[in-house]
Write a protein that binds this ligand. Structure first.
Ligand code: SF4
Ligand code: SF4
Ligand code: SF4
Length: 401
């Protein structure tokens, strides 16, 4: 299924430097008529374009607190990545109070669901004989595989996102109320996992909130009160690659480039000795989420500090809440094998005619992307500025001879 990209473009802030277009790992951005265009089919919501732009030309926005008013009762889910920001239990309790002061009726810690997600993945991997599974908890990884490593798609574990496991549980518990479920998101990718603001109605969670937007308000409300919490230690640990229980049959990698290197190898069957690839595109895992404001190295130490005190086990939600087939559903390529082969042949031939500078002057990330667009009929060879300049120069030279 195609979902909308969470990335939005602000024309007024853009100086047309093309940095975002160059930064995109899936060539989802291009420039047309002096504006950046986002191709939702290619975008994996990794947020690299946002970080590459120094002018706030590219943003990822969530729902607003105004949306609270649409419900009779509201619940805000707090991920382990945010909890790990706190250096003590007292601070976590203050954080929950500060979040409730934003206007929610209830604030729920979802570390038990994060733990369940990881436990299920490890259980399946431990009982597998000669299969290599890939963790499913990051939407960037799932989208990246669907986009670039289709052959690995069947290796993604059918284990649901922790926010979805938690939201299903909340909806079941509050089924008599008109409940609105909000998720605080530590990264751009998680903004996708809700009905609003991007219209992804298949999710159980209603609204995704950006922690970048919520941070100033939460900070203002700190040290004003406390709500008692009992955390799930395994869930807190699952947010960081260093704190996960390591086994020889698991390969754990963090950071976008490292993850791509792992997937490149997996695609060619070079990692078949492993039963589970646990992949985090963010450096230091979810505690390195780009919408968080702290230092992820310090947060790694917080995990140990928070492991003492009242704790809870992993979520006991029913089996059908935990498993999903959604990761495997993507847009079907309806072209026949012959049509696809012809397309690639035509693209390669077109590429031979282009200069190969990959300069992006045409608005495309590389000459290959430009060649694809020419073959699709969306651009013309004359749109290549280098070719045009070379031709003009050749004409001038001919005239002066
Ligand atoms: S990085 Fe992209 S959005 Fe930002 S100013 Fe440059 S072209 Fe515009
Ligand atoms: S979020 Fe990632 S994939 Fe999407 S446009 Fe930006 S850089 Fe490209
Ligand atoms: S050489 Fe031409 S086709 Fe290639 S990126 Fe530059 S302008 Fe685009």
């Amino acid at each position: 299924m195609t979902r909308r990209s969470v990335v939005s473009y602000t024309l007024e802030s853009c100086i047309r430097c093309m940095k975002c277009i160059k930064a995109c790992p899936t060539s989802a951005l291009s420039m047309e008529n002096d504006r950046v265009i986002v191709d939702s089919r290619r975008c994996i919501n990794c947020g690299r374009c946002i970080r590459s732009c120094h002018n706030r030309g590219i943003l990822a926005q969530g729902s607003t607190l105004e949306d609270i008013k649409s419900y009779e009762y509201t619940v805000c889910m707090v991920p382990g990545a945010l909890i790990n920001h706190c250096g003590s239990r007292e601070e976590v309790e203050e954080l929950f109070y500060a979040i409730r002061m934003l206007g929610f009726d209830e604030v729920v810690d979802i570390t038990d669901c994060t733990a369940r997600q990881m436990e299920e993945a490890q259980l399946m991997a431990d009982s597998a004989d000669d299969v290599t599974f890939i963790s499913s908890f990051c939407p960037v990884i799932n989208r990246l595989i669907a986009n670039r490593y289709k052959v690995l798609q069947e290796s993604i574990l059918p284990v649901n996102y922790d926010s979805e496991i938690a939201a299903k549980q909340i909806r079941q518990r509050l089924k008599d109320k008109k409940v609105g479920i909000f998720n605080l998101c530590e990264c751009e990718a998680k903004l996708e996992l809700a009905k609003f603001p991007y219209g992804n109605n298949e999710y159980e969670c209603d609204h995704a909130l950006s922690l970048t937007d919520m941070f100033p308000r939460i900070r203002k409300n700190m040290q004003k009160g406390r709500i008692p919490v009992s955390l799930c230690v395994k869930g807190l640990q699952s947010c960081n690659p260093v704190r996960i229980v390591q086994k020889d049959q698991y390969l754990i990698a963090d950071g976008f480039d490292k993850v791509c290197a792992v997937l490149d190898m997996a695609e060619f069957g070079l990692l078949n000795q492993f039963r589970l690839l646990i992949l985090y595109p963010c450096f230091n895992g979810c505690i390195g989420g780009h919408m968080l404001w702290g230092n992820s190295f310090l947060m790694t130490n917080n995990i140990d500090a928070l492991s003492h005190g009242k704790t809870k086990g992993s979520s006991d939600v029913p089996f059908e809440y935990v498993y999903t087939e959604d990761f495997l559903k993507t847009d079907e390529d309806t072209r026949s094998f012959m049509e696809r082969t012809m397309f690639f042949k035509n693209v390669n031939e077109e590429l031979e005619r282009l200069p190969g500078f990959d300069c992006s002057a045409c608005g495309m990330q590389t000459c290959r992307v430009m060649a694809e667009e020419i073959v699709k009929g969306n651009r013309k060879e004359e749109d290549c500025r280098v070719l045009k300049t070379l031709k003009e120069k050749a004409d001038d030279d001919q005239r002066s001879d």
